[in-house]
Every structure is written in structure tokens, then in C-alpha cells.
Write a protein that binds this ligand. Structure first.
Ligand SMILES: C[S@@+](CC[C@H](N)C(=O)[O-])C[C@H]1O[C@@H](n2cnc3c(N)ncnc32)[C@H](O)[C@@H]1O
Length: 209
């Protein structure tokens, strides 16, 4: 499903979303600033926007994504000097403990609930001891102010347009408590977080429980 949908959406992704997502990208680099030689993996890297910021700051950047059209946009953005794997996050072609920073944005919510813990554990496998893990995804909230409700409505519409499975996985993700409850399932915890998107998007720095 993801392959087909992102095949259709790849050329529209940056023009539609990148302006809106810029604030999230910058909040990520505030949590873990780029530096020379920082080895960064973006899981479900899409068109490579977050990696481009780390690369500009001197990082060695790596990405993995199921969609070749999304990756081909990422390749053009990163000038081919990065490792971009066309593969599934459930089993990544990277050795154990090889990255200083593993990040993943707007990715986990779309993964089938039964696979989410294994996908998160796979991210931990490739992280160096003492490395950092940042997850950015939809943030569950019991009540939102009006602006937050409107933003939530827009997000729900986009999720619906992305397909039935995508929509159901996304709803399930929020119902189960989003990143914080998923982290708990695999023995991780949230060390720091910031909420954007009128209360709908969370940026979480993850640590060990
Ligand atoms: C909503 S996009 C987010 C892209 C990017 N992380 C961002 O912040 O703009 C989700 C991406 O996850 C990729 N994806 C979905 N399932 C995947 C899987 N099992 N393994 C790797 N990538 C996957 C899709 O192809 C898509 O590029």
C-alpha cells in the first residue's frame, strides 16, 4: 500500500507539505544540532528534507524508504553523496550500533499496529550506545482548542486520502497513545518533547526506561 500511494504522491509531497513541515525539521535540529561527521539515519526518510539539513551541517546521512519515487527526489536533493536504501524499516540493511542519531518523522503512525514495536526495536538495534533517537509523529490529546481541532480535521482528511489502511493505522496509533505508549512497549521512555501543529504533532527525544 505504502509503495503505491507514495508512488502517486512523491512529486506533490514537497510542494504541498514542506513549508508546513519546516518548523518540525528545525525543532529536530534544535534537539540534536548537526555537526561534522555525525552519522544520521532517517527511517522512512521520504524526500530527504530532514537529512538535507544534517548534511549541510557536516553530517554523514543515511536514509531508508520503501518508495523509490520518494527516494529519487531525496537523491537529487542530497546530490547522490548519501546512502539511501530502498527497503523496509522492519529489517534494515545496516549493521548494529552504527548511527549517532536515528530519527523518524511522520512514519510510525502508518505502520501496522502489530509491526510497530518490532520497527521501533529495529531503530534501536542500529543506534550506537549513547546515541540519540528522535521520533516525530501525531500527538494524542484529549481536548484541543479550536485551532487544534481544525488542524486535526485537516490531518485526518490527509490520512483518509492516503488510503483506508493508512487511515486506520493512523487512528489506531492515536487511540493507543502515540509515541509515548509505543516507547513504553519496547522499554523506552520520552526524555524530552515539544508539541507543534496546534497540539497535533509531537517531537520526542527517546531514552531508556
Ligand atoms: C508521510 S511520509 C514521511 C516522509 C518523511 N519522513 C517526512 O518527514 O517528510 C512516510 C514515508 O514512509 C515510507 N514508508 C512507509 N512504510 C515504510 C516501511 N515499512 N519501511 C520504510 N519506509 C516506509 C513511505 O514510503 C513514505 O516515504
Amino acid at each position: 500500500m505504502a509503495k503505491k500511494r507514495y508512488f502517486e504522491a512523491a512529486k506533490w509531497y514537497d510542494p504541498l507539505f514542506e513549508n508546513v513541515l519546516r518548523g518540525l525539521r528545525m525543532a529536530v535540529v534544535e534537539l540534536v544540532p548537526p555537526r561534522e561527521g555525525l552519522r544520521v539515519l532517517d527511517v522512512g526518510c521520504g524526500t530527504g528534507a530532514q537529512l538535507a539539513i544534517y548534511k549541510e551541517g557536516g553530517g554523514e546521512v543515511f536514509g531508508i524508504d520503501l518508495s523509490s519515487p520518494m527516494l529519487s527526489i531525496a537523491r537529487s536533493k542530497l546530490n547522490g553523496s548519501s546512502v539511501l536504501a530502498n527497503g523496509n524499516a522492519i529489517s534494515m540493511p545496516f549493521p548494529d550500533h552504527c548511527f549517532d542519531l536515528v530519527l523518524s518523522s511522520l512514519f510510525l503512525h502508518q505502520i501496522n499496529p502489530s509491526l510497530r514495536p518490532a520497527v521501533l526495536s529495529e531503530m534501536v538495534r542500529v543506534l550506537q550506545p549513547g546515541g540519540q533517537l528522535i521520533l516525530i509523529d501525531f500527538h494524542p490529546q484529549d481536548s484541543r482548542p479550536l485551532k487544534g481541532k481544525l488542524t486535526y480535521g485537516l490531518i485526518s482528511a490527509i490520512e483518509f486520502l492516503a488510503g483506508w489502511d493508512h487511515y486506520n493505522n493512523s487512528r489506531d496509533f492515536l487511540t493507543r497513545g502515540g509515541v509515548s505508549s509505543l516507547a513504553g512497549v519496547v522499554g523506552l521512555k520520552i526524555c524530552r518533547s515539544a508539541v507543534k501543529g496546534n497540539g497535533n504533532l509531537g517531537i520526542y527525544l527517546i531514552g531508556w526506561a
